[in-house]
Design a protein around this ligand. Structure first.
Ligand code: SF4
Length: 218
């Protein structure tokens, strides 16, 4: 459940960050994790396991399409919404084979035209698979953007648009990874670990529990 402070933050009631402060936040994230990656695109060890089991059977769109909905359902039936997901997986595989020569398309529009692919998924694929500087806003980044005041918004798209505008170009490629890791392990939903936070002194959240003074002039 969100606190009153989180509601205030989401309503855009926090002071704005300066360009220098945003630059400094990402400089620290980068110093702590120069090459962030690896644990972002699967939700937890279990979903990773399901993915590995599935892809051991079908690791190309041709093979996935050939499996058919029923078989894919059996392989992923332990995860939520498995019927819909199986349907989408087979349909998007067919579409990739028929319309894109078996290659995952590289543009947002074509990705979002695939069954089951929304903006967030398209952003993840564009960033992780194709190296584009997109920022996929999931629940963690939505919370961090609003709570810190770095990029407030009522919808993920609003937060994404603001982040796209304020994150310095040199940090944009990995911004998604740094922010998601920050949200998952430090600025967690129920009780953020402000005492371990790299950007506590920059954060605008009124309910933060600690303030570092290393850049008190900001
Ligand atoms: S100070 Fe606390 S609330 Fe602010 S970003 Fe850090 S962990 Fe989150």
């Amino acid at each position: 459940m969100r606190s009153a402070a989180d509601h205030a933050a989401a309503a855009g009631a926090l002071p704005q960050w300066t360009t220098a402060a945003i630059e400094e936040a990402f400089r620290r994230f980068k110093a702590a994790r120069p090459e962030p990656k690896g644990e972002l695109e699967h939700i937890n060890p279990f979903t990773l396991l399901v993915a590995v089991v599935l892809f051991a059977v079908a690791d190309t769109p041709e093979k996935m399409a050939a499996l058919g909905e029923q078989r894919v359902q059996e392989l992923i039936k332990t995860i939520g919404l498995y019927r819909t997901k199986a349907k989408n997986l087979v349909a998007l595989s067919k579409k990739i084979v028929q319309e894109h020569g078996g290659q995952v398309p590289r543009t947002r529009d074509t990705l979002e035209a695939l069954p089951g692919v929304g903006r967030k998924t398209a952003n993840v694929v564009l960033n992780v698979a194709f190296g584009q500087a997109t920022i996929a806003v999931d629940t963690h980044i939505f919370r961090v953007g609003n709570r810190t005041g770095m990029a407030t918004g009522k919808t993920p798209l609003e937060v994404e648009t603001k982040l796209d505008r304020v994150v310095p170009a040199e940090y944009k490629r990995h911004a998604h990874h740094w922010l998601i890791l920050h949200g998952r392990y430090v600025c967690v939903a129920r009780r953020p670990l402000c005492e371990r936070c790299l950007i506590a002194d920059l954060c605008k959240w009124p309910a933060k529990t600690v303030v570092h003074h290393r850049s008190a002039e900001r």
